[in-house]
Design a binder for this molecule. Structure first.
Ligand code: GDP
Length: 589
């Protein structure tokens, strides 16, 4: 089908009678020919006008509905994505770029139609990247509604400064080579030009995305450069986030082969050194690197990382190697040395991961292909998209009937999905013809299948149509497999494109989706004793992820406290009573 007519609709003809430009033209005619010219113009206008009117009626009546145009452009996008994904697979994506005619307008995904596309997300993203090497960076704004949460100008300027620092100190730069010398000598000489945070790839993908964001924010707060250990599990998931310098730790990094064995009793573990009085000793030099064990099983010494006093010594060490499976940002908010800066960076406090996630995590072309094809095939034409993320932590094989009941109870009680008329056969003719597309993500196929069957067997009481879609059902977590991780990342991202979201308690997979999407989800309460909880779900207070294992320690008073009751903007989480999360809160400094 030729779509050019729909893309380039003729602009309405200016009225000859009233358009000031036409009067000006008439006035400029030489005197003698004026009468003749005027009558010629009028005669021409009389012929042309009816034709233009007919044409405009034709185009108005044949203009595709929003839905149809979504579909049409979607096909174009899908084809392009497939091509670009292929190209990137063959390693030559750097050379591909979309021409103007390839560009996918915002109507392709039905988001922000009629509004200019804000590809750089209000200045959050730097310009100047090669578009073809990371299509998602430029196309995602066609798939999302514009975020009502704008990044602060201070955050934007700090990110641009960070990018310069990263370029100056990044892998293979002179300062990097110098800092490696320190590492080899195993001493912090104190004059290193650039300091680093090295992030170790660890745990499930949702956890990794959250710990990377936390490590990046920590690097930003402490003027360090973030480098990531790709491990085996991070390949071809994300684009490079910083311009002109890689964030990947070079493969020949001297101690990379020890990362897997790093633990609480490692010689350079910060907690271990503290426990044995081997650090902050006037006669003992600081080491060239510290291993920071911020995993959920960390001990009281490891937790002293969250005390300002300890930060003053950590500050001097050129290399910090972080292993974590936690979103530890809420506890940074409780540290006086960072609090003011965090307030300035994020005046809207609950937007931390929303902005950092959109800044850092751009799906690679392969993953973008999965996202775009799925979205355009199944979700784009819906009037409303509902995401349901089902993650169960009970032993045994699902689907569990008590979880199925919980999903139905939650979505119907909160009016996210319509009830069905079990005695009806067809929808009432006067019913709404709204189409709801429900994206279910789960390791198990059963939940989506049950929902699908329910909405096939019975009409909805509202007359709405409900389509149920599940991209994959991987059975169990297989973090070591690249395609498994790509699917997981694609599904988190697809969930984030929902209009409303239901997530599962305790799941970082769901946190990533809610934060990227800027959504406050309905959280399915964690079932106890294999029974459906009542109420089945509750609305999240904020879109921020939960820190599952925060310290409960007052660094100044040197005693335990409830860290969820210190400031109004750090509270206990809805799904984990001992966890901490950042909420809007209203206290200013
Ligand atoms: P969490 O364990 O729920 O906090 O989430 P993580 O993402 O950290 O770890 C769970 C891992 O299991 C994911 O990264 C995937 O590898 C896999 N997984 C869990 N749920 C799903 C799902 O709905 N879809 C897919 N494709 N994978 C899932």
């Amino acid at each position: 089908m030729d779509l050019s007519a729909f893309r380039r609709r003729p602009s309405p003809p200016p009225s000859m009678a009233t358009d000031p430009r036409s009067t000006a033209l008439l006035k400029a005619q030489p005197r003698g020919g004026r009468a003749v010219n005027v009558s010629r113009i009028l005669a021409t206008a009389l012929i042309i006008l009816p034709v233009l009117v007919l044409l405009s009626i034709f185009f108005r009546d044949n203009r595709p509905s929003d839905r149809a145009s979504l579909f049409a452009d979607a096909g174009v996008l899908e084809k392009k994505d497939a091509q670009n994904a292929e190209v990137s697979a063959s390693g030559s994506a750097q050379n591909t770029s979309l021409s103007d005619s390839d560009d996918v307008s915002s109507k392709s995904a039905g988001r922000g139609a009629g509004q200019p596309r804000d590809e750089l997300l209000g200045g959050l993203l730097a310009s100047g990247f090669d578009e073809g090497s990371c299509l998602s960076r430029y196309q995602s704004s066609s798939y999302r509604r514009p975020s009502p949460h704008k990044p602060s100008s201070y955050l934007i300027s700090r990110l641009r400064n960070y990018e310069s620092l990263h370029k100056r100190c990044g892998p293979h730069s002179e300062p990097y080579k110098k800092a490696l010398e320190d590492l080899k000598s195993d001493r912090a000489v104190g004059s290193t030009e650039c300091k680093y945070v090295v992030w170790i790839s660890f745990s499930g993908l949702g956890n990794r995305i959250l710990t990377l964001s936390s490590s990046f924010l920590y690097a930003l707060l402490t003027n360090r450069v973030l480098l990531i250990d790709q491990g085996k599990d991070m390949v071809d998931l994300f684009c490079e986030p910083f311009p002109e310098a890689s964030w990947l730790l070079p493969k020949d990094f001297p101690i990379a082969n020890q990362f897997n064995s790093f633990g609480q009793s490692s010689p350079n573990c910060h907690g271990n050194l503290l426990k044995n009085n081997m650090i902050y000793h006037p006669e003992k030099p600081l080491p060239a690197y510290l291993y920071l064990h911020l995993v959920h099983d960390y001990n009281d010494h490891d937790k002293l990382f969250f005390c300002d006093e300890d930060q003053r010594a950590i500050e001097k060490v050129p290399w910090l190697i972080i292993k974590s499976d936690n979103y530890f940002i809420p506890s940074l908010f409780l540290m006086p040395s960072f609090e003011r800066e965090l307030f300035n960076l994020f005046p809207e406090k609950e937007t931390i991961f929303h902005h950092l996630g959109r800044y850092l995590f751009h799906p690679s072309n392969h993953v973008w292909g999965l996202i775009a094809r799925y979205f355009n095939s199944y979700l784009a034409r819906a009037d409303e998209r509902v995401g349901i993320q089902v993650r169960t932590f009970d032993s045994g094989d699902g689907p569990f009937p008590y979880v199925m009941d919980q999903i139905i109870a939650c979505t119907q009680k909160e009016k996210l999905l319509p009830e069905v008329n079990v005695r009806g056969t067809v929808s009432a003719p006067s019913g709404s013809s709204k189409l709801k597309a429900v994206l279910v993500t789960s390791l198990n196929l059963g939940y989506a299948e049950n929902l699908k069957s329910m909405y096939w067997m019975h009409p909805t009481v509202t007359g709405e149509m409900v389509g149920i879609y599940q991209p994959s059902h991987e059975g169990h977590q297989q973090t070591e497999k690249p395609l498994h991780n790509r699917k997981a990342w694609a599904e988190m991202y697809l969930l984030s494109l929902s209009d409303v979201l239901v997530t599962s308690s305790w799941s970082t997979f769901g946190y990533v989706a809610q934060g990227l999407g800027g959504l406050k989800p309905w959280i399915l309460v964690k079932p106890e004793n294999r029974t459906t909880p009542n109420p089945p779900c509750g609305r999240a207070m904020s879109m921020e992820p939960c820190f599952h294992a925060p310290p409960f320690y007052d660094c100044k008073a040197k005693r335990g406290i409830d860290t969820g009751a210190v400031v109004p903007h750090v509270r206990h989480c809805e799904d984990i009573s001992w966890g901490l999360k950042v909420v809007e809160g209203h206290q200013e400094l």
